[in-house]
Structures are given as structure tokens and as C-alpha cells.
Design a protein around this ligand. Structure first.
Ligand code: HEC
Ligand code: HEC
Length: 160
């Protein structure tokens, strides 16, 4: 699994320039969350999931998509507080919302606790690419945002 993670990071480095214009999402700015949640993949923008999803992800860190994150309780509490406080359904002003963000929250608002951003219909609509694109060795998985959005760690999902 660490190998897959390394490949995901590498894919980000060799990516071609981003293709789109538009959205800036609040990036992860908390150093601990950035360090722990940015180790294997982009530390995903907190505004793309509701608070209950971030809580479930942190509480379920011992079985994180097949990985045991081995989070010490103190760190888990700090990360949980930061992510839920900046979640897509957090009070206005705490997360920088754009069109995409509102679309994403429309799906998750009524019920359910999604653990993936990449299963959100708003995400799938915006990323309606051919299987060939997803299988490209530079991409490999939908969660590899950095392969196509090199500025994603700063919250940029556009081209400047
Ligand atoms: C294979 C390349 C690829 C991957 C991987 C990818 N994206 Fe995208 N993304 C795009 C492209 C291209 C667009 C523009 C689509 C359009 O304009 O119709 C886009 C659009 C977006 C938008 C909307 C931006 C806007 O201004 O409307 C957001 C938000 C976004 N992506 C977030 C993500 C996140 C988060 C991830 C990882 C979980 C991700 N993307 C993974 C290629 C990708
Ligand atoms: C040891 C590596 C590792 C660490 C550390 C890690 N993750 Fe993950 N994460 C994964 C793997 C593997 C996946 C599944 C990737 C895939 O299916 O493409 C994943 C997927 C995710 C997804 C779903 C992505 C999607 O498809 O929408 C979210 C959200 C997520 N992680 C959040 C976190 C958070 C929050 C933290 C910090 C508490 C964290 N991750 C730390 C390995 C890790």
C-alpha cells in the first residue's frame, strides 16, 4: 500500500497542466491535518464532505480503505475538530464555497455519511471521462486529484 501511495505522489509530479478554470476551495491549513492526511494522497479540501463524514473517517481511522492509520487519540481529536469545523456544511464563513461546493453538499445534505468525494454525483458529473483517462498510469485512481489539479494542495482547481 505504501507503494501505491508513492506512485500516487509521483503521478502528481509528472502531471500535465490543469485543464479547467474556476474553483478555489479552502485547502487544509492545519499543519497536523496536512501532515497526517496528506501523507498518502492530497489532504482533501474539507469543504467537499459534510462534518459527519470527516468525523466518521477519523473515528474509523483503524480501517481506512484497508489501511490502519494508527492515529494517536490526541492527534485524532485535533484533526477531527479541524476537519469538522471546516466541513462543507459548517457555518457560513468557515469554508470557502464555490459552485462545486454547493453542488457537492446538495447530494450529501439529506442523509447518509459518504466516505468518498469521488462517489458524489456532482464529482462524477464534472469528471465524466473515459475509462482510458482513469487508467492512465499518471492518474490510476479518481482520488488522485493532484494528477490533474497540481494546485489542489493550495485549493486551486483551475489554471493560474
Ligand atoms: C483525470 C483528471 C482529474 C482527476 C483525477 C480529478 N479531476 Fe477534478 N477536474 C478535472 C477536469 C478536467 C475538470 C473540469 C471539468 C469541466 O470543466 O467540465 C475538473 C473539475 C473539478 C472541479 C470543478 C472545478 C470548477 O471550476 O468547476 C472540482 C471541485 C474538482 N475537479 C475537484 C477534484 C477533486 C477533489 C479530485 C480528487 C478527489 C479531482 N478533482 C480529481 C480533472 C480531474
Ligand atoms: C497510509 C495512507 C493513508 C493515510 C495516512 C490517509 N489515507 Fe485517506 N486514503 C488512503 C487510501 C489507500 C484511500 C483509497 C484511495 C482510492 O481508492 O483511490 C484513501 C481514501 C480517502 C478518502 C476518499 C477519497 C475518495 O475517493 O473520494 C478520503 C476522504 C480520505 N482518504 C481521507 C483521509 C483523511 C481525513 C486522512 C487523515 C486522517 C487520511 N485520509 C489519511 C490512504 C491513506
Amino acid at each position: 500500500m505504501r507503494l501505491v501511495a508513492a506512485v500516487m505522489v509521483l503521478a502528481g509530479l509528472v502531471a500535465s497542466p490543469p485543464l479547467l478554470a474556476g474553483t478555489r476551495l479552502e485547502p487544509v491549513t492545519d499543519p497536523l491535518t496536512q501532515k497526517v492526511c496528506g501523507e498518502c494522497h492530497l489532504a482533501f479540501p474539507p469543504g467537499l464532505l459534510p462534518a459527519r463524514s470527516w468525523a466518521a473517517l477519523v473515528d474509523g481511522a483503524a480501517d481506512h480503505f484497508g489501511e490502519d492509520l494508527a492515529l494517536p487519540p490526541g492527534e485524532a481529536a485535533q484533526i477531527r475538530a479541524w476537519l469538522t469545523g471546516h466541513a462543507g456544511d459548517a457555518p457560513v464563513g468557515s469554508a470557502s464555497g464555490g459552485r462545486g461546493l454547493r453542488d457537492y453538499m446538495r447530494w450529501v445534505a439529506p442523509a447518509g455519511t459518504p466516505r468518498r468525494i469521488t462517489e458524489n454525483p456532482a464529482f462524477l458529473r464534472e469528471h465524466d471521462f473515459s475509462p482510458r483517462t482513469w487508467q492512465d498510469p499518471k492518474v490510476m485512481t479518481k482520488s488522485n486529484c493532484l494528477a490533474c489539479h497540481p494546485g489542489a494542495a493550495q485549493g486551486w482547481f483551475d489554471d493560474d
